[in-house]
Design a protein around this ligand. Sequence first.
Ligand code: BG6
Length: 489
Amino acid sequence: ENQPSVLIMIFGATGDLAKRKLFPSIYRLFQKEKINKFAVVGVARRELSNDEFQANVKESILTFTKEQENVDEFASHFYYHSHDVSSSESYIQLKDIADRLDSHYQLEGNRVFYLAMAPEFFGTIAEQVKEQGLTDTNGYKRLVIEKPFGHSFESALELNKRIRTAFEEDEVYRIDHYLGKEMVQNIEVIRFANALFEPLWNSRYISNIQVTSSETLGVEERGRYYETSGALRDMVQNHMLQMVALLAMEPPIRLTTEEIRSEKVRALRSLRPMTKEEVNQYFVRGQYGAGTVNQENVPEYRTEHNVDPESNTETFVAGKLMIDNFRWAGVPFYIRTGKRMDIKSTKIVVQFKDIPMNLYYNTEETLQPNLLVIHIQPEEGITLLLNAKKTGGDVKSTPVQLSYSNKSTDQLNTPEAYEKLLFASMRGDATNFTHWDEVALSWKFVDSISEVWENTKESSFPNYEAGTSGPRPADELLESDGHFWWPVE
Ligand code: BG6
């Protein structure tokens, strides 16, 4: 098998993401022999020796993978550069390290610049790596960039311009880690590989689609960031809209990066825009009050660390998206996401329309609609809800479930999102990364909501108790259409 050779420079190598996700992911790729010609330079402000950095890497592996096989050999590929983001001299030193590692490990000049640090430095780093010649290489050069990609359309555009002075669009890998999740990647396969679904995947047969991503965690130590973001920018602009795009897009003519991403762009372009007056008819915001989550008493959002005691920031969003194209006219896509809810779960429910006539109606039971449930996490699988005959004398119907669980069939843990995305970036497959056009459209849509919300204080905040399924208006949003949220358990 063709193993990619690569030098990865991780900016923000002493941070949480590197420790929790990136080192363990690279380790798994190494253990599976998907990579062996590689070196990693950890780049961060702190002073560390290579030895100290390697010790950190080993500790991260032991803590987060619970494995230690070959860990010394693995860690020997890691080097450290103590960096000053705004000093040209520091980039020149980094280039020197990169060139040496490149020849030592025979990496063919292939370079991945992974930005896993405060976003205010993204632009500077991209410009500097070009100016100081780090991108001047015989192999490929790719920029992998974490969220947030801007704070609004304007700031994202500004950031994109700066990045593009050093990297072409097809060299930029914008991470949305939901696109690395096994079951998010499965949406397309379920849709486009089954005769059963695609013919029904439209407004004639689908009543509505519900996408819920609920979390039990609060804002933890991220109050400062979250106050400027809220659930809208943190979850809706990226993860939620990406799932909607995958559910709504037309079949691509081929499974290439360009074809898939351009269909997603078209789906996002079809999102119905809202006037200022309409925003609060289509979208609901919430903020958690004190409550009980997993049997533990937790405080209200407004008393969390680094949070304004009168904060107007939303920790919950529910919304109704209309996709104004031929396929979806009239079918609501409901989305819902929040912190400090009752359970940690991401799930998609596709509700099919009722059949024209119910022969099995009786006074106790009404026929329940067919549902296709895609379980993204923590369980991974699919459930199909059908009606079948109730066992016994009378001809009555009863709901039955056909369930497929990803884990139990394959008998192995599905690889983590980051493992897949990192490997894809080394192989040059940008399919599961967001194209600039997707980012731009998502921001424009989200901006139209935040413009209204930021200029009107929500007097009902806090409006949901921690440990619940969100504020009452989120239910009313569906009730007014004659629908309800299917329970997520
Ligand atoms: C991140 C958000 O993008 O996604 C976090 O910044 C959120 O606030 C996280 O907790 C959720 O990801 P997952 O994979 O746990 O659903």
